[in-house]
Design a protein around this ligand. Structure first.
Ligand SMILES: Nc1ncnc2c1ncn2[C@@H]1O[C@H](COP(=O)(O)OP(=O)(O)OP(=O)(O)O)[C@@H](O)[C@H]1O
Length: 979
């Protein structure tokens, strides 16, 4: 029905204009549709619509017209008559959107059509109830008719009812009926007219309706569009609202965040303040840190330098230590440990050796028991260290060989520990033999300008105590015919005569030869080693060198020995040939052990000849060689016993002091050098003797010098003593002399007075010349030579002036003697002598002046009687005095009187001493000169004592300042100053 109405709504033009009900239904359907639309949009006002809807639904009832009327009235009333709702309605209309306002208007336009279609019914109002009931039935039918869709169905129904009623009343009502029928016909005509009018009107209305419908449809469409638009807008609004809410939430969050940030900002501000404060501290700290950093850097560089220095020092120390060891002649021992092999690893064997301090040459054997044993060697190589590393420390031996030293390198150890690996190596990991030959030829190449070398190689083995030449073809033990023995070819030189020596020019040739030898060696499989060496393999590289600069020739040997491994026969389960081999190997190794023990204990007898091996190694083990031993060990804890044995043996070997290795100079050259050495030794001896005698001379001279110095010192002391004594004596003498002079003057005056009186009394007057003392006349020199002196001069007090040495000396002597003798006459005479005028003094002076003053400088001997010379010297002036004195003076009591003699001796001794002092004072440098002369003489002792003496003698006067005559020299000699 709804679809039908909608269809009719859509195709409104096709609908019958007469079918009001249909239209009404269609309108209702449209309204319903509109309502439906409005229902979907909750924002469209619904109050009036609800009413309209209710009205329309009612209008679809049986009395559609009657029912519709009040509804329409209510509709219209609601819009027109009800003043109460006007304002609301206006407001509603005013507020209601345009499309909503048009809808009721459309409904209102439909309402007259419905009214018209129901209009014929009201005239039947006065109908009886039955009729009314029928009418109701008819209305019901009529109500059903519109539903069936027939426009005139209601009218025909009504007519049918009337006919029925007519039939009911039949006859009596026939007239009435006719009337009624006529009236009805009229009515019908009228109705038809009305109907026609209505039809026309209806057409018009239909047209209007159509238009309205069209506009309604447009409106609906618009409404729909708008609705949709509104919907979309609402959706958009909704989205916006949601967005807004979200934004609000976001804003809220942001504001919260902002708040948090603000607080954080506050905190940060505070922190920044603090940081600002801290910044200055930090700056300070930074500078301090920088300072420390620079200090640290400098310290670090210093530390680095120190470290480098330390490492250099350590290296140097090590080198020096090595050199020391080398000088001491120890056998150097390197220890090498092989890695665990696959079998051992599979068995889960663990390492028994600790290599933590291997760099210091130490290794620790942990062993089965808890105790650890530490061994120290020259170098320790752990299992990880390769052949190159091992050779690094072996290389210097190559240079030693070329320098002319015998070198022996041998590998010792338990079977299967890597002796052959170390010595021979493999194709990819060359061993010591290859590398040392390579190094040898490299150095030969380097030295080709200065040295010329000739290198020969031989290879032998000691198998079951027999020496086999490995370079002989078919030299297998079974086929060998030639028995080789070790012979001593020269003192300390052992050799195997008959050994093939292949001369090689380069490394390849040498290696080929050695390989040939190694391949010919007896090798067998044992439990311990699949390729076990069953013999001691010995390669000998002989180097003949010539120094092209000085022609020195050397003849040295390099022994490269791979010993057979020691093995426990029980452990290896050797049998037959292998057992014999093992026994021989162990025997020779035990002989080696004996030799080592003997060497270690510095035994008188070293059992080198107990085995072929030790006999061959004799040169290497007895001091002429540089020897290096590789002790090979196994890391396996199951081999600890053997390892300890090997290590103990190696330790003993390391302890052997062989003495310094000797350069193997060629014998021819050696004799020449020996001769030269002999001569040099003789020269040395004679030189030594010379040096010894010179040393003795120097020693004796030094001793003499010392004695002289001592003597000089003693003399100086004595002189000082005498000086002080002399001073005292001089003072005393001066006092005494002054007293005497005063007494003499007095006495003289008295005598003169007495004689004057006597003369006056007894004799006649004399001339002035007669008053002169005869003595003075006698003393007077010839008149021509005697200058007249002022008489006042005689009265001059006694002076100790040097200018009047002779005078004062004589005067002093005479006065002293007078004083001693207490002889007034003599004293007077002496006074006269001393105080006489110049004419009287001159002759005496002439006699005394020639006496050199130095006469009195002669040292006084201890006993005056024993030394006549000083006595003479002392006596001579007195004799002279006597000689020139007048008779009363010629025999002075001084000389005759014993008592006076002793005194005069004393005085003279004092004087002499004083003069002696003068001597000392005058030439003070003479003693020093003597000493210097002594020193010079000592220095010149090597050239001869006499020349030194002459030099000293020459230098003494020069040192003294004034030249001295031979007398002085003699006196010096007498004093012992030049000795
Ligand atoms: N340092 C090492 N690095 C790697 N492998 C090693 C080392 N030392 C020894 N070996 C290996 O151990 C095995 C035994 O070594 P080698 O034959 O040299 O022992 P050996 O002491 O000579 O034995 P023998 O006394 O029985 O002749 C070899 O296979 C060898 O390659």
């Amino acid at each position: 029905m709804e679809e039908g109405s909608s269809e009719s709504g859509q195709d409104g033009g096709a609908l019958s204009a007469a079918s009001v009900g249909t239209e009404a239904v269609a309108a209702a359907a449209v309204v319903r549709k509109t309502v439906k639309m409005s229902e979907t949009r909750d924002f469209i006002p619904c109050a009036s619509e609800g009413t309209c809807l209710r009205d329309y639904s009612r209008s679809s009832g049986s009395s559609a017209a009657a029912a519709a009327q009040p509804d329409v009235a209510s509709c219209t009333g609601s819009s027109e008559a009800a003043p109460r709702d006007d304002a609301d309605a206006d407001a509603e209309i005013h507020h209601t959107p345009d499309y909503a306002r048009r809808a009721p208007a459309a409904r209102l336009r439909i309402a007259p059509l419905e009214l018209f279609s129901a209009a014929p019914s009201p005239p039947a109002a006065p109908r009886p109830p039955a009729k009314a009931a029928d009418a109701e039935d008819a209305a019901d039918d009529g109500a059903a008719a519109p539903e069936a869709g027939a426009g005139g169905g209601a009218q025909e129904g009504a007519m049918g009812c009337q006919i029925a009623r007519t039939d009911k009343g039949n006859g009596d009502c026939c007239g009435q009926l006719r009337q009624e029928y006529d009236s009805l016909l009229r009515e019908k005509g009228e109705c038809r007219r009305v109907l026609e009018d209505l039809m026309r009107e209806n057409d018009l209305k239909t047209k209007e309706c159509h238009e309205a419908q069209t506009s309604l449809r447009d409106l609906q469409m618009e409404l729909m569009r708008k609705s949709m638009h509104v919907g979309s807008l609402a959706f958009a609004v909704e989205g916006q609202v949601k967005e807004k809410t979200r934004w609000r939430q976001l804003l809220k969050d942001l504001s919260e965040k902002f708040k948090a940030l603000k607080t954080e900002h506050q905190i940060l501000l505070k922190e920044s303040e603090e940081y600002k404060k801290c910044l200055s501290d930090a700056t300070q700290m930074t500078t301090t840190i920088h300072q420390y950093m620079s200090q640290y850097a400098s310290l670090e560089s210093e530390f680095k330098d120190l470290k480098e220095k330390f490492s250099e020092e350590a290296k140097e120390h090590k080198d020096l230590y090595n050199k020391l060891i080398e000088l001491k002649g120890n056998i150097r021992v390197f220890c090498r440990c092989r890695p665990l092999n696959t079998e051992e690893t599979a068995e889960g064997a663990s390492m028994a050796i600790d290599f933590d301090s291997a760099k210091d040459g130490e290794l620790i054997v942990r062993g089965h028991v808890s105790s650890k044993k530490v061994f120290k060697f020259d170098s320790v190589f752990n299992p990880e260290e390769d052949q190159e590393k091992v050779f690094e420390k072996t290389a210097p031996f190559a240079t030693s060989v070329l320098d002319g030293f015998n070198v022996c390198i041998f590998a010792y150890g338990q079977t299967g520990t890597g002796k052959t690996f170390t010595m021979e190596g493999t194709e990819g990991a060359r061993g010591v033999n290859y590398r040392i030959l390579d190094e040898l030829f490299r150095v030969v190449k380097d030295r080709h300008d200065l040295f010329q070398y000739e290198i020969t190689v031989s290879a032998l083995e000691v198998y079951n105590e027999q020496i086999h030449d490995l370079l002989l073809t078919g030299s297998q033990p079974s086929t060998t015919t030639k028995r080789l023995e070790v012979r001593q070819v020269a003192e300390g030189v052992h050799h195997v005569p008959g050994l093939v020596e292949a001369r090689v020019a380069n490394m390849d040739e040498a290696w080929d030869v050695l390989q040939t030898g190694s391949k010919a060696r007896v090798v067998g499989s044992t439990n311990a080693n699949e390729h076990s060496s069953r013999s001691h393999c010995i390669h000998c590289v002989m180097v003949k060198g010539e120094n092209l600069m000085n022609g020195e020739r050397t003849n040295s040997k390099l022994w490269l020995i791979d010993l057979a491994g020691s093995e426990r026969v029980a452990k290896t389960d050797a049998q037959g040939e292998r057992l014999k081999e093992a026994q021989n190997i162990n025997k020779s190794l035990s002989a080696l052990g004996d030799v080592i023990s003997a060497l270690a204990t510095k035994s008188q007898h070293i059992p080198f000849r107990n085995s072929k091996l030790t006999h061959l190694l004799q040169d290497s083990l007895s001091g002429d060689s540089k020897t290096l031993m590789f002790v090979q060990i196994s890391p396996n804890e199951n081999d600890v016993g053997e390892t300890l044995c090997s290590l103990n043996f190696a330790s003993r070997v390391r302890g052997i002091e062989l003495g310094q290795a000797r350069k193997q100079v060629d014998v021819g050259e050696l004799s020449r050098y020996k001769l030269m050495v002999g001569r040099a030794k003789q020269d040395c001896k004679s030189k030594d003797a010379q040096i010894k005698s010179m040393e003795e001379t120097i020693q004796s001279l030094e001793a003499k010098n010392k004695a002289k110095d001592l003597l000089t010192m003693n003399l100086q002391d004595k002189i000082k003593e005498l000086e002080s004594q002399l001073l005292v004596e001089r003072k005393i003498a001066r006092q005494h002399v002054d007293n005497k002079i005063a007494q003499d003057v007095e006495r003289k005056q008295q005598q003169q007075q007495q004689s004057h009186k006597m003369e006056e009394n007894s004799t006649y007057m004399r001339s002035p010349m007669s008053e002169r003392n005869l003595n003075t006349t006698m003393e007077r020199p010839p008149l021509s030579a005697a200058p007249k002196k002022d008489p006042g001069m005689a009265k001059q007090p006694f002076s100790d002036s040097n200018n009047s040495d002779t005078y004062s000396f004589n005067q002093l002597m005479s006065l002293a003697e007078e004083k001693e003798n207490a002889n007034p006459d003599a004293a007077a005479k002496a006074r006269r002598v001393s105080l006489c005028n110049g004419g009287a003094r001159q002759p005496r002076r002439s006699s005394l002046i020639p006496l050199p003053r130095r006469n009195s400088l002669m040292p006084l001997p201890a006993g005056g009687a024993k030394t006549p010379a000083p006595a003479l010297a002392a006596a001579s002036p007195l004799d002279k005095i006597k000689e020139y004195s007048s008779p009363p003076l010629s025999s002075p009591p001084v000389m005759s009187n014993d008592k006076g003699g002793s005194r005069s001796k004393r005085i003279s001794s004092i004087l002499r001493r004083s003069l002696q002092k003068k001597v000392v004072i005058r030439p003070p440098p003479s003693g020093q000169a003597g000493r210097r002369a002594g020193a010079v003489a000592a220095a010149a002792a090597a050239q001869g004592i006499d020349s030194a003496r002459r030099a000293a003698a020459r230098r003494v006067p020069a040192g003294g300042g004034a030249p001295r005559g031979g007398v002085h020299q003699n006196r010096d000699k007498e004093r012992g100053w030049n000795h």
